[in-house]
Write a protein that binds this ligand. Structure first.
Ligand code: FE2
Ligand code: FE2
Length: 204
């Protein structure tokens, strides 16, 4: 394997940096596979106490989105929303949002980034904490989407009897979405509140 000549970045030549760019292209292209492996690894060090594993919770959340007819951006957001649990347990939502931010709609990234705070409405009172921290975002254009994401897809996805779709089922979509050209304005659609699709009744 060829390597650069420098030992300090500031001494690198144009040839050095062209070589690195060549390697980086391949590395970036491999990111979707690494994300899939990270998802599969969610259960390697399980978070105890729930009736379902973190991977099952993630698959269940994505399956509910899928069965509601949500678009690819929502399904990927649902599938990856807790992927930060392993490395960043106290701000897992921020880590997940960073992974999807360049390639999914801004609204979906915002919802993933804030779902931890919004989910507190369901349990924080049991710890003597404020369950309504999310109220400070009440005027935000993505507020209702985050409320709905939590209520319909996230908080409801701890059911051990739910027939979730498999990781293999979602893998092609992960590869497709995470391989999008990053930071494309027509993908990010910043500031545009699309919302969740209408809820199916009864909830599947
Ligand atoms: Fe979460
Ligand atoms: Fe979750």
């Amino acid at each position: 394997m060829r390597t650069v000549a420098f030992r300090e970045m500031k001494h690198g030549s144009r040839e050095d940096y062209l070589l690195l760019a060549e390697y980086e292209r391949g590395y970036v292209a491999g990111a979707p596979e690494r994300v899939l492996r990270a998802l599969a690894q969610l259960d390697a060090e399980p978070l105890l106490g729930y009736q379902v594993t973190r991977l099952e919770h993630s698959l269940q959340t994505a399956t509910r989105a899928d069965r509601d007819g949500a678009d690819a951006d929502w399904v990927i957001a649902a599938l990856l929303h807790d992927i930060g649990d392993v490395l960043a347990p106290t701000n897992h939502d921020q880590l997940a949002a960073a992974i999807i931010r360049p390639v999914v709609r801004d609204e979906c990234t915002w919802v993933v980034a804030h779902h931890g705070l919004f989910q507190m409405v369901y349990y924080a009172h049991h710890y003597g904490e404020d369950p309504n921290g999310r109220a400070r975002f009440a005027d935000h254009p993505y507020y209702q989407a985050c409320v709905d994401f939590c209520e319909r897809w996230d908080q409801s996805s701890f059911d051990p009897d739910y027939d979730s779709l498999s990781l293999d089922h979602f893998a092609p979509l992960v590869r497709q979405v995470l391989s999008r050209r990053p930071w494309e304005p027509e993908v990010l659609r910043e500031g545009e509140a699309v919302g969740l699709p209408p809820e199916r009744s009864p909830r599947l």
